[in-house]
Design a protein around this ligand. Sequence first.
Ligand code: UD1
Length: 421
Amino acid sequence: MDKFIIQGGKKLSGSVKVSGSKNSSLALMPASILASGKSVLKNTPELNDVFTMSKLLKHLGAEINFNNEILKIDSSRINEFTAPYEHVKKMRASVYVLGPLLARFGKAKVSLPGGCAWGPRPVNLHLEAMKKLGADIDLKDGYIVAEAKKLKGTKINFDVSSVGATGNAMMAASLAEGATLINNAAIEPEITQLAEFLVKMGALIDGIGTNTIAIQGVAELHSTEITTIPDRIETGTLLIAAAITNGNITLIETSSEHLEAVLLKLEDCGCKITREPKKISIDARNIELNPVSITTSIFPGFPTDMQAQWTALMSIVNGVSTVTDTIYFDRFKHVPELNRLGAQIVLDQNTAVVTGAKKLRGAKVMSTDLRASASLVLAGLVAEGTTEVLRVYHLDRGYQRIEEKLKSLGADIRRVESKEY
Ligand code: UD1
């Protein structure tokens, strides 16, 4: 198992390309099995969650070819309809195959994902949507067993805005008989891209990018190609890497529109942000950052996937700030680890109260999930001395070789094999 060794204190500078969006890829890949034929997904990030989804689609009978960030999926010979526990337990987004399998083949058996390291992650909204579309759903031996001769258009009102459930419902409704209306649909950019991909495949969708999505089902979809949007969370993570080190960097092949909430907060901190087409620059040189509180919310609010990284940034800023997560109340596993580096963070239910420490000091740290690991790397970039971040496999799930990007910006970070867990 690899670990990162970081010598803190280097100010980042330079420019780097942002990879394609992990969460977009995890929706586009299963969408491609709605049609028989070869889909081409350009700008697909080379990271472990994408490899896990590839393995799952292969298990279902798809042929996969992945080279230089171009992912080709041939779904002409899908002949298996079960997503087994061994795949789903690695990645909850595996539940995205439920809608496509059910819509195209009339049956799907998908292992229940269970919880996440930081708490429960239910799939009730996915199941309610499939039931509304006319599927029979049974929960048996840890599996969702779903069947429907033909899905039928319906009205779906989500009580909670859910990225995954909206995606699953859109995919299923695209091949259902008749019209479907989805109220309180998620409007995260990854869902908007999924809708655009479905339209390219021949789906009839209105209201893309809004909370109300209307879908007129069609008998068949055809395979197509698309370029995956930039990863807004990788973008935000790298911007914070620059801010935390008082650096000055430019991110290319990215989009400021998908990350305004974070950019505005960085400006509140005192960073200078320059937005250009497909480019974001941040200049945090020679400034003392201000403490800025955030509360996570659905898009276009501050993303929960940036909460841990923001906590790391606030831990070195002079003054007190609060970080509140309203999407995942328990997503604070990074707090005790950041405190081991000298941060002063106290948890009060779903709010972290952060009193900026003058200095963080390097130590061995580890974490239990992807974004928490990212926050530890960020803290390591500014901590005095050596920080070792164990269990780098969490980072590898969602970032494409993040250490190489940081190194190219001047960070002193190495990946080494380690026997420590
Ligand atoms: C997606 C993202 C994840 C991000 C999250 C919130 C992917 C692959 N993952 O996850 O990185 O952190 O959006 O932006 O795109 N909920 C229910 N029942 C359900 C489904 C969700 O109660 O059936 C709740 C969740 O517990 C959570 C909220 O709805 O409180 C939002 O979750 P959701 O948007 O569904 O997250 P994911 O799609 O799993």
